[in-house]
Ligand binder design. Structure first.
Ligand SMILES: Nc1ncnc2c1ncn2[C@@H]1O[C@H](COP(=O)(O)OP(=O)(O)OP(=O)(O)O)[C@@H](O)[C@H]1O
Ligand SMILES: [Mg+2]
Length: 253
């Protein structure tokens, strides 16, 4: 059940997925999520970190309202615009990069100047190209531009920087940091990359294997945007040991 609150509520994101399963092609039922609870304050940035195949994309699709076939309840931050960056770039192959981004815009903003955004993402010289002509890295940047262009109130990102070279990924992380700090958009990011999560997020949610749930959750006390490389490395080390303790039952939860 999904209940989108009215705009301007500044309400938190609340996900409660009691159970979510799929029936696979051979008819077997696969339980993907069980007993997952997650709350994210309005305007804050959460990161979901979990093992491959545990159900992260499934959780984001439910949060986005794309999958209503689950038991539980979702309260989203408002009736505002949702920006979503899928794990695969999902661009329309018959549209140029620029058209792919502009198609997401509401009619009253369709002619808006996106030069800064394109420039930031290094897309300026690729606007007239079609997705089939792009490297995966460029396609990812176009997908990120599309999500940012609509000025979302609620942003969901599914491993947006995976398979980019580290220099580009680092630049895009900085851009995401700047955007989310400026707009205070409530954001949930899925990543495998703990350091990335520690750099970007206010709150980390560590997920178990399937059926997945939150095994450990941590609000980072040092404000985002003020963490040095050394801070990020040491917080990540601390998180690894706290998660290991949580898994073996000796941890804080
Ligand atoms: N439509 C579907 N039908 C059947 N099974 C599915 C479907 N979508 C996902 N699954 C299964 O559910 C499980 C979780 O998938 P999901 O894509 O949510 O995991 P993930 O954590 O995002 O994985 P990854 O780390 O590879 O991105 C996997 O075992 C997957 O095979
Ligand atoms: Mg996934």
């Amino acid at each position: 059940m999904k209940d989108a609150r009215t705009a301007g509520d500044a309400a938190p994101l609340e996900l409660r997925i009691d159970a979510k399963s799929y029936v696979s092609a051979d008819g077997k039922r696969v339980e993907v999520v069980r007993g997952l609870e997650l709350r994210l304050e309005a305007g804050s940035f959460g990161a979901l970190i979990g093992p491959s195949g545990c159900g992260k994309t499934t959780i984001l699709r439910i949060a986005a309202g794309l999958d209503a076939d689950f038991r539980g309840q979702i309260l989203t931050p408002g009736a505002g615009r949702l920006g979503m960056v899928f794990q695969e770039p999902r661009l329309l192959p018959w549209r140029t990069v620029e058209d792919n981004v502009r198609l997401a815009l509401p009619v009253d903003r369709s002619g808006v100047d996106l030069a800064d955004l394109f420039d930031t993402l290094g897309l300026g010289s690729h606007l007239a190209q079609y997705p089939g002509e792009l490297s995966l890295g460029l396609a990812r940047r176009a997908a990120i531009a599309r999500a940012f262009a609509i000025q979302p109130d609620f942003l969901l990102l599914d491993e947006p920087f995976v398979s980019l070279d580290e220099a580009v990924a680092a630049r895009l992380r900085d851009e995401l940091m700047a955007l989310t700090t400026r707009t205070k958009v409530t954001t949930l990011l899925v990543t495998h990359h703990l350091e990335e999560a520690v750099q970007l997020a206010d709150r980390l949610f560590f997920l178990s294997d399937r059926p997945t749930h939150v095994i450990f959750e941590k609000a980072l006390s040092l404000p985002r945007g003020t963490r040095s490389k050394e801070d990020i490395a040491s917080i990540s080390e601390e998180m690894r040991s706290l998660v290991a303790q949580a898994v073996t039952g000796a941890g804080p939860r």
